[in-house]
Design a protein around this ligand. Structure first.
Ligand SMILES: Cc1cc2nc3c(=O)[nH]c(=O)nc-3n(C[C@H](O)[C@H](O)[C@H](O)COP(=O)(O)OP(=O)(O)OC[C@H]3O[C@@H](n4cnc5c(N)ncnc54)[C@H](O)[C@@H]3O)c2cc1C
Ligand SMILES: *[C@@H]1O[C@H](CO)[C@@H](O)[C@H](O)[C@H]1NC(C)=O
Ligand SMILES: *[C@@H]1O[C@H](CO)[C@@H](O)[C@H](O)[C@H]1NC(C)=O
Length: 444
């Protein structure tokens, strides 16, 4: 029987709502800190849904602290040493290597559903009380605690962590109003399929028969990324493109191969082959919407806290949505360790203060990267091919969210105490934790 590293019991009871990567990370990190956790997930039978998801070094470092998790994920994950970029007609531009050619574990990237099930298994293996089929329909807070209404029953704890994703009902409770998304003018076609058919095609076989590869084709107002995973056995591609359709509440639609091909007229024939090889039931069309940064992540009494996509949905081009959700989980757990049971609300306030600027700065990179590619000045790129490279900022990637809490917690609460003597009606914005950007474009 495996042993799990865990601090002595803190006496803090936490309810986590939603077992996506945000909720699971919060639950596992709270367990590491000795808090007692109940994790409520509305889905009854978890299925391996989704396609490619990436956890950069800032989140992979958190996974490394979980006994045996990275080792279990390794065979499922992408191992290409870097990405090669082409222009839309297929002319090679440049190759960007990851982290000095790569050791596994610096980027954890693979099938969202497969990684999710492994991390879920880790949570249950370490004894966390994970309850499936639990639909949370309401939240409440009192002076000394907070709780949820779940399947018609009231449950109470010291704090509630709302991690229910982009359609979060908790967000409405925390904000006191409905925060509606706006269309962004972009959508993403996404596909994941078995690479057999590509291995038999002369034009595409080099992408799958010699292990994992990663390539990007960049054009005006659109880009196409193609990845092979599991030693070339699985294949994934995404096409981000303009889309004027009105968004619906239901934001994921089946995609049609012929629509994608029409969108890629004049593009590299190799890209056409990758699209044509997609089985009809493996292609989806996600609409991307805008959401402005929320004015706050925490409830009035600081007992309910939003984390992950519920607090800050991301554009896929930031490649940080899942990673920031993991950082959130590690941060709230460590803040509650520092605050102790007697000062849970201070821990929750510190969480918001510590996360607010960083998460919005990371969120904004989704727009920056898209513009860098979609509005590329090709004369300039041929002179300086590296200008297509993804930014690999140390502030973002060389970051351990748990250690960061222990470094800044005391000064953060000192500032919060000082600010609380100055009455403020506008929440965290007036407390100097204002957004790094005025408007952020995000995916739901
Ligand atoms: C089915 C699915 C597929 C996805 N596929 C991809 C992908 O291929 N690539 C990618 O980059 N990102 C994908 N994402 C998004 C990505 O997982 C998130 O952006 C990121 O990991 C942040 O996760 P989160 O935990 O905040 O939210 P989510 O991953 O959305 O998780 C929220 C969880 O809360 C649960 N929940 C919601 N409401 C309630 C409620 N009322 N009561 C109880 N539980 C509730 C949901 O069932 C879900 O499990 C997908 C998300 C989902 C849900
Ligand atoms: C959860 O509750 C909401 C609100 O009552 C309801 O609309 C939804 O259908 C429920 N979902 C599930 C999976 O039971
Ligand atoms: C809890 O925090 C408040 C201010 O936020 C502080 O005045 C008080 O001393 C703290 N209590 C404990 C037990 O640390």
């Amino acid at each position: 029987m495996a042993t799990y590293e865990r601090l002595p019991p803190s006496g803090i009871k936490v309810i986590v709502v939603g077992a996506g990567f945000a909720g699971l990370s919060a639950a596992i990190e709270c367990d590491r800190k000795g808090h007692s956790v109940i994790l409520l997930e509305k889905v009854k039978n978890l299925k391996p849904l989704g396609d490619l998801i990436t956890f950069a070094a800032n989140a992979a470092g958190v996974f490394k602290k979980w006994e045996n998790v990275v080792e279990t994920l390794e065979p499922l994950c992408y191992k290409a040493p870097g990405i090669s970029y082409f222009d839309w007609t297929g002319r090679f531009v440049t190759t960007q290597l990851w982290d000095n050619g790569k050791k596994f574990g610096e980027i954890v990237s693979g099938h969202r559903g497969e990684i999710h099930l492994e991390i879920m298994k880790h949570a249950t293996d370490r004894g966390i009380d994970v309850r499936l089929g639990q639909n949370v329909t309401d939240y409440f807070e009192t002076e000394d605690g907070a709780g949820v209404v779940c399947n018609g029953e009231k449950m109470k704890a010291d704090a509630v962590i709302a991690a229910e994703g982009v359609k979060s009902p908790g967000r409405k409770i925390v904000l006191g109003y409905e925060d509606l998304p706006k269309p962004s003018g972009y959508a993403v076609y996404r596909a994941w399929y078995d690479s057999d058919v590509l291995a038999k095609n002369e034009m595409t076989k080099h992408l799958v028969i010699n292990g994992d590869t990663h390539n990007g084709w960049i054009g005006r107002d659109k880009h196409f990324l193609a990845t092979s995973i599991k030693n070339g056995k699985d294949f994934s591609w995404v096409l981000t493109h303009k889309d004027e359709a009105d968004i619906d509440e239901d934001w994921q639609f089946p995609g049609k191969v012929e629509d994608v091909l029409k969108d890629l007229e004049g593009w590299d024939p190799l890209v056409h082959e990758l699209v044509k090889a997609t089985p009809a039931d493996k292609l989806v069309d996600y609409k991307l919407v805008f959401r402005d940064p929320l004015p706050t992540f925490i409830s009035k009494n600081a007992r309910i806290v939003l984390i992950g996509d519920a607090a800050h949905p991301f554009l896929p081009t930031s490649i940080q949505g899942a990673a920031q959700a993991v950082e959130d989980g590690a941060t709230i757990a460590a803040c509650l360790d520092k605050s102790g049971k007697d000062n849970v609300t201070e821990g929750v306030r510190a969480y918001e203060a510590i996360r607010y600027k960083r998460v919005h700065k990371a969120q904004n990179m989704g727009v920056t990267t898209r513009e860098q590619w979609h509005k590329a000045d090709w004369d300039a790129i041929w002179k300086n091919p590296k200008s297509l490279h993804l930014k690999r900022d140390p502030w973002l990637l060389d970051f351990d969210p748990e250690n960061h809490v222990y470094e800044v917690y005391d000064e953060t609460v000192a500032k919060l105490r000082q600010d609380s003597t100055v009455p403020s009606k506008d929440g965290p914005l007036s407390k100097g934790f204002g957004p790094a950007v005025s408007e952020t474009e995000v995916a739901v």
